[in-house]
Design a protein around this ligand. Sequence first.
Ligand code: MLT
Ligand code: ZN
Length: 440
Amino acid sequence: MGKYFGHATCVLRPRTTQQVSEIVKYCASRRIGIVPQGGNTGMVGGSISLRKEIVLSLGAMSNVRSFDPVSGILVADAGCILQSLSDHIAPHKHIMPLDLGAKGSCQIGGNVSTNAGGLRLLRYGSLHGNVLGIEAVLPDGTILDQLSVLRKDNTGYDMKQLFIGAEGTLGIVTGVSIMAPPAPQASNNLFLALPKFDNVLPLYQQVKGQLGEILSAFEYIDRTAYDMGVKHGLGPILNLDEVGDAECFVLVETSGGNNTHDEEKLNILLESLMSADESLINTGVLSQSPGQFENIWALREGLTECVQKEGKPYKYDVSVPLTDFQKVVDQVRERMISKGLYGDHGITKVMGYGHVGDGNLHLNVIAKNGYRPELEEALEPFIYEVVASHKGSISAEHGIGSMKTDALRYSKSDVSIQWMKKIKQVFDPLNIMNPGKVLP
Ligand code: MLT
Ligand code: ZN
C-alpha cells in the first residue's frame, strides 16, 4: 500500500526452530525488539519494524513435516507458502481449510498468527477450529512444543489459541499442525447481479435454503468495486445490458460430492431466481467450464490489486450485521462529501466488498492522489465509531497490527484490554516481541 515503512537494521532468516530460539535468547539478553515476518501480505502494518527492531523472516523455514492422508492432518514449518501447502496435499485429495487472494505469497505461520479468514471460512470455520497445534518460540527463547496431531485434547488451558491472532506479540509461531478437509468432488460457482442491496439478505436466505450443505462461499461486491474490476480487465462476467443498473453482485460457490447433483441444484436455483415475479436478481451466470469458474473467482480475488492501481487505499476490514453492510459504505461516502473531501483533490472512490456470508465487509476508501493527514482525520475514528454504533468489530480478519491499536477500545472492553495486557506481561515482560502491535 505504500502506507507503512520499515526501519529494520537487519533481517534474519533462520532455517530451524533451534536457530529461532538462539536468536530470541540473544535478543532477550540485550533487549532487542523482534518483528516476526511471514509473507508480508498483511494490511495493518503488523509485520513492519517501527523502531529499528530486527526483522525475523520465517521464509527459509519451509518444510512440510508430515501429512497423514487418512486423518488429513498436516504439520508444516511456519514459512510454508499457503499455495505450496495446497499443492502438496492436492494429490492426496485434500484442501487447505483456508483460501485467500494472497495465497501465492502468504505463509501458514503468518496466517495462524493473524488468524486469517478468507474465502472458505463460511464452510470450514476459523483457524481457531482448524489448527490442532502449534510450535512457538517464547520471548525468552524457550521452545513451546504443542504440535498436537489429535482431534481431541481436553487437558487444561488451550495455549495454542492465544497464539492464533496474537500477531507475534506473545512469541514466534515456527510450526503448525492443521486439519485439511477432503477435497470436494465438484466445485461450481454462480455470479449474480442484484438490482438493489436490500435483496442481498433475502437472496442469502434463499441460497442457503436451496443449496444447503453444498454452499461453500457467498461473497459480495458492490457496483463501484465491480466496475473497477472490469476496468482493470477482470471480466466482464455478465452482459452489460442485462446487468443494467444493478447496485451490487454476489458470487455463490458450491463444493459437493456429486457434480450432476450440484449442477442440478444450481440450475434450479438460477431458474427460480430468474422466473420469480419480483426477481431478486437482474441477471446471473452459472460457470460452464473450469476456465469460467476461475474467471469468476479472479474478479473477486483481484479486487485488492485493482484497488492499489486506483490510488492509495485506506482499508477497513469490519464485521457488521448483514443488514448494515451498505449503510456503512454510504455513511462514509456521505461523510467525505460533506467535509468537501470527495473528488480528485481527496477521496475518489468508496467501495465495499467482502465475505457477506461471514458478516465481513471490506470497506475501501481510495485517494487517487495519495494519502493526506486531513483525509485520515476525517475517516478515523469516524469509521470506528460507525462500526461500534452497529455493534460491529473494527477488525474482522486482518488483525490490529500497528494501524488499529488505538481503535481496539471500539471493539474490546476496558476489562478485556487490561487482561490482554496482563497476558502480554506474563509472556513478554521485556516487550521485545513485535512491540507496538495489537495493544495500545
Ligand atoms: C479480501 O477478502 O479480498 C482481502 O481480505 C483483502 C482486502 O480487503 O482487500
Ligand atoms: Zn477478506
